[in-house]
Write a protein that binds this ligand. Structure first.
Ligand SMILES: [Zn+2]
Ligand SMILES: [Zn+2]
Length: 293
């Protein structure tokens, strides 16, 4: 009797604890952390797939043919948010083969995406997913996650395309996923609440940001469209000083979209990146927690 009561007590306690923790947690699995110049393992033995993340085992941010092998078995994400139309982020056939049912992307190239998906669906004899246009600053609710598209500083050959970065929110977690972008544009900073000009702003609690360029590549020509380690580090210092970045103690800022030719190996990055920056790697799983929990 007492044993049964004890067991029940433990079981209930565990369930309650998990539910509370999950409410203030966003799980991110990196399915790829490389820039467009990666194509398989290189002569150093390093491998980064094209950049993509899986959030809470259900929502993808970008997806190319590199990434499905990094999705754990038994997990079938049905939603994808695209940052932009570059081929190292967007590949409709891969999404259809995976069984994606909902596709979110900027309204600025919605018509083109519909045609791309129609062509891919006809070729694969697959069903068309629902394609939903996104508008800057207008959040989309998916279950208990809110996803807000923000403008990126990036350009594709479609000059009318507004490329996107994302603010992902759940309970006390406010996470920015920023690739591909040269810094954080002013409108994105205002909308996310991290620009100290706005006294009513709101801190973010997590940051995943691209660092296409490594240390020593600050003056690279890609500066208008991509960020360097130094650029990410500067942004982190600024938002820390302005109290617009309040992560749980010890939580790193994760770097992604690292160019093969402008970064050392993962071991070299682990040894040399300035705090609190950490190079993500393919298969890394991180739980972003609310600072309040
Ligand atoms: Zn890219
Ligand atoms: Zn790009």
């Amino acid at each position: 009797m007492s044993l049964m009561a004890m067991n029940t007590g433990i079981a209930e306690g565990q369930t309650a604890a998990q539910t509370t923790a999950q409410a203030g947690e966003v799980k991110v699995r990196f399915l790829g952390t490389g820039a467009a110049d990666w194509n398989g393992r290189d002569d150093r033995g390093e491998l980064r797939r094209l950049s993509s993340i899986l959030v809470d085992d259900s929502i993808l941010f970008d997806l190319t043919a590199h990434n499905p092998e990094m999705i754990p078995s038994g997990i079938a994400p049905q939603t994808v948010f695209y940052t932009h139309s570059h081929g190292d982020h967007y590949h409709p056939e891969t999404a259809l083969k995976l069984g994606v049912k909902k596709v979110y992307l900027s309204q600025t190239w919605y018509d083109i995406a519909v045609q791309d998906f129609k062509r891919a669906a006809a070729k694969l004899k697959a069903e068309m997913p629902q394609i939903i246009p996104l508008h800057i600053g207008q959040p989309v609710q998916i279950g208990n996650l809110s996803v807000t598209p923000l403008p990126a500083s990036h350009a594709t050959e479609k000059f009318y395309e507004q490329t996107l970065i994302y603010l992902i929110e759940k309970a006390g977690v406010r996470l920015i996923y920023a690739t591909d972008t040269g810094g954080i544009p002013a409108v994105a900073a205002r909308l996310a609440g991290i620009d100290a000009h706005d006294r009513n702003g709101k801190p973010i609690t997590g940051l995943i940001m691209e660092a296409t360029m490594g240390m020593g590549y600050d003056d690279d020509f890609r500066v208008f469209a991509h960020s360097s380690v130094a650029c990410v580090h500067q942004i982190v210092r600024v938002i820390q000083n302005a109290k617009r970045y309040t992560p749980p103690a010890g939580q790193p800022v994760y770097l992604t979209h690292m160019a093969r030719t402008m970064h050392g190996t993962q071991a070299e990055l682990d040894a040399s990146l300035p705090q609190p920056l950490k190079a993500a790697y393919d298969g890394l799983e991180v739980v972003f927690k609310s600072p309040m929990t």
